[in-house]
Unconditional design. Structure first.
Length: 255
């Protein structure tokens, strides 16, 4: 009861968050800075004339690729885990590799009567959210020679989340991604959320990437103007908006 009364979270620093993410995204952020005032390559150049840096900008900082500061949601208590029929800490994708949270237990009666401090903001993890089905992205991946997730079966909109901490799991990518399927969406104003057909998870050198396949029958078009991609990956809550009107390549909507 004492611990519950005075519970406060002590957030340890992310294990080396900035270094981890730069490596997880293949160093794309470093190369994704455009000259001030210059029009981006995907608007002004033919693909054949793209430099490696042009391609990396498409992959890291463009209408199809955005950095999201994903929120790390709190761990469930032991009581909450038991109530859900689970025992021990949750493990796996979106759980492994995150910082530990410490519960401060009062050391004296003074600690007990102190006002409970305001909870600190939830920790965040930078992840890269990218439309893998966009032709501009595919051209840029070919040009840069960077990591390209294996093609998912079926036609549709493919959205990848890069920078997920490596988990101690092995297996078929579809089996690994199956638990993530019900916790993702594409949201548009005035329309029903679009749910993914399937999800696959792939291992990179020192991080993981989850690729979501959404049905082509969603028929996203310019009238949608803006949309939001959201996903819960273990304790990692991703929420990123995209401007559909900006997602144009070679004169066509490119998703």
């Amino acid at each position: 009861m004492i611990a519950m009364h005075v519970r406060s979270l002590h957030i340890r620093s992310m294990y080396t968050r900035s270094k981890f993410f730069l490596r997880a995204s293949g160093g794309l952020l470093l190369a994704g800075v455009a000259l001030l005032g210059a029009d981006p390559a995907w608007k002004t150049k033919e693909v054949q004339r793209w430099t490696e840096e042009d391609a990396k900008q498409v992959l890291a900082d463009s209408p199809w690729a955005k950095i999201d500061r994903a929120t790390i949601v709190r761990k469930q208590s032991e009581d909450e885990r038991r109530a859900g029929g689970n025992m021990g800490d949750a493990k796996g994708i979106g759980y492994d590799g995150l910082q530990k949270e410490k519960i401060n237990v009062p050391k004296s009666i003074i600690d007990l009567i102190k006002p409970e401090p305001k909870a600190p903001p939830r920790p965040q993890l930078p992840v890269l959210v990218r439309w893998e089905s966009a032709r501009a992205v595919q051209m840029a991946e070919f040009k840069s020679g960077g990591f390209t997730p294996p093609t998912l079966e079926g036609e549709g909109y493919r959205i990848a989340v890069y920078g997920i901490p490596t988990a101690d799991v092995k297996g078929d990518p579809k089996v690994l991604g199956a638990p993530l399927k019900d916790n993702a969406y594409i949201r548009r104003d005035g329309q029903k959320d679009v749910k993914p057909i399937s999800v696959e998870v792939f291992q990179q050198e020192d991080s993981m990437v989850a690729v979501y396949l959404f049905p082509i029958t969603a028929e996203i078009n310019r009238k949608d103007t803006n949309l939001e991609f959201g996903a819960i990956i273990g304790r990692i809550a991703v929420r990123q908006s995209f401007n559909v009107l900006e997602m144009q390549f070679q004169g066509k909507l490119d998703l």
